[in-house]
Design a protein around this ligand. Structure first.
Ligand SMILES: NC(=O)c1ccc[n+]([C@@H]2O[C@H](COP(=O)([O-])OP(=O)(O)OC[C@H]3O[C@@H](n4cnc5c(N)ncnc54)[C@H](O)[C@@H]3O)[C@@H](O)[C@H]2O)c1
Length: 322
């Protein structure tokens, strides 16, 4: 197949492109390099089945042409990372909502199979023990910019489902939960894992927000990619929303300890008030644990890589890069 990956110069998109190439597909990446990097794709430049188009998903003509030439679309391009979202909520909304509209419109016109990358952020601050795809979304006030990412991704999902129901677009929606692995932004704008690893390797204090008792479930990149590919290929995923996650809960303080131990660092772990990092108008999600049964049932997907193993591989990558 000839496959289009939007945002393919980014962290997840570049791993997805590698996987699709390894499966024998032809891969076209479109990315404006606003957050993505040439370095994430460079190893594929000699591959005749790989091509990179530097472009904006808001460019409807470009996207229409690229979609027309492909059999399937993985739509991952987005403004990602709490810091980026807080710094530029306007661009976040324009790219993540309008841009997704452009991609889905083109996919629907050409009736191409699509996968939409959504996020566990969609659930907001919902405090149920395990977040099921059918659960309510619980969000704070619109004055808290953080929620514009969640709202944007939820609008994307609504759009995708509307195109599916009304225009026959074959589409699956994947909600990623804190993916981590090699090629994470080393500055840690988007990922607490990258930030902690860098701090530990530098011997700097590992800075935990608040009391560190907020919990997340981290999913290793190979599992994120596996779930994404299955969503594009399993027929029963068409029109469905699926959590792509490993349900291994860890508090952020535990994560800091695990990273410190795994790096052999002597960094101290310190607490930083949310306010110092994100300003006054910020809200966090206390706990975020996925229900994984639907992905198991529909995709036969189960995330395989334990956190300790995935962290080891990620730390090795960060070390090698220094
Ligand atoms: N990393 C995670 O844990 C996570 C969690 C939930 C959802 N997601 C979603 O997965 C997708 C990939 O995320 P990622 O972590 O790889 O982030 P990333 O920032 O590494 O990748 C996003 C890519 O989109 C590109 N991009 C941004 N605006 C663009 C535009 N207008 N036109 C073309 N390209 C543009 C960026 O340059 C970047 O390469 C995103 O849709 C994100 O919302 C990621």
């Amino acid at each position: 197949m000839r496959v289009l990956v939007t945002g393919g110069a980014g962290y997840i998109g570049s791993h997805l492109a590698d996987r699709l190439l390894a499966e024998g597909h032809t891969v076209v990446v479109v990315d404006d390099l606003s957050l993505g990097k040439v370095a994430n794709m460079q190893h594929n430049f000699e591959n005749s089945r790989f091509s990179f188009v530097e472009g904006d998903i808001l460019d409807a003509r470009l996207i229409g042409d690229l979609v027309d030439q492909c059999d399937a679309i993985y739509h991952l391009a987005a403004v990602v990372g709490v810091k980026h979202v807080l710094n530029d909520p306007l661009q976040t909304m324009i790219t993540n909502v309008w841009g997704t509209g452009v991609v889905l419109e083109a996919a629907a016109k050409s009736k191409r199979r699509a996968v939409l990358a959504s996020s566990s952020e969609v659930y907001g601050k919902g405090a149920v023990p395990r977040l099921d795809e059918d659960d309510d979304r619980v969000l704070g006030t619109t004055q808290v910019s953080r929620w514009c990412y969640s709202t944007g991704k939820a609008l994307d999902e609504h759009l995708a489902l509307a195109y599916h129901r009304q225009k026959g677009l074959p589409v699956a929606i994947v909600r990623y939960f804190n993916s981590y692995g090699p090629r994470l932004d080393p500055h840690g704008y988007g990922s607490v894992v990258a930030k902690f690893i860098n701090q530990a390797l530098d011997g700097q204090p590992i800075t935990v927000h608040g009391d560190g008792q907020q919990s997340r479930c981290f999913t290793y990149i190979d599992d994120t990619v596996e779930g994404t590919v299955l969503a594009a290929t399993v027929d029963a995923a068409n029109g469905e929303v699926l959590n792509i996650a490993r349900a291994e809960e860890t508090t952020i303080h535990q994560l800091a300890e695990t990273v410190r131990d795994a790096t052999g660092s002597s960094s101290e772990i310190t607490s930083v008030p949310y306010e110092a990092e994100y300003g006054k108008l910020f809200e966090d999600t206390r706990r975020r644990v996925p229900a994984v049964e639907k992905a198991e049932r529909v995709l036969r997907f189960r995330a395989q890589v334990p956190l300790a193993k995935g962290l080891e591989r990620t730390i090795n990558w960060f070390r090698d890069k220094r």
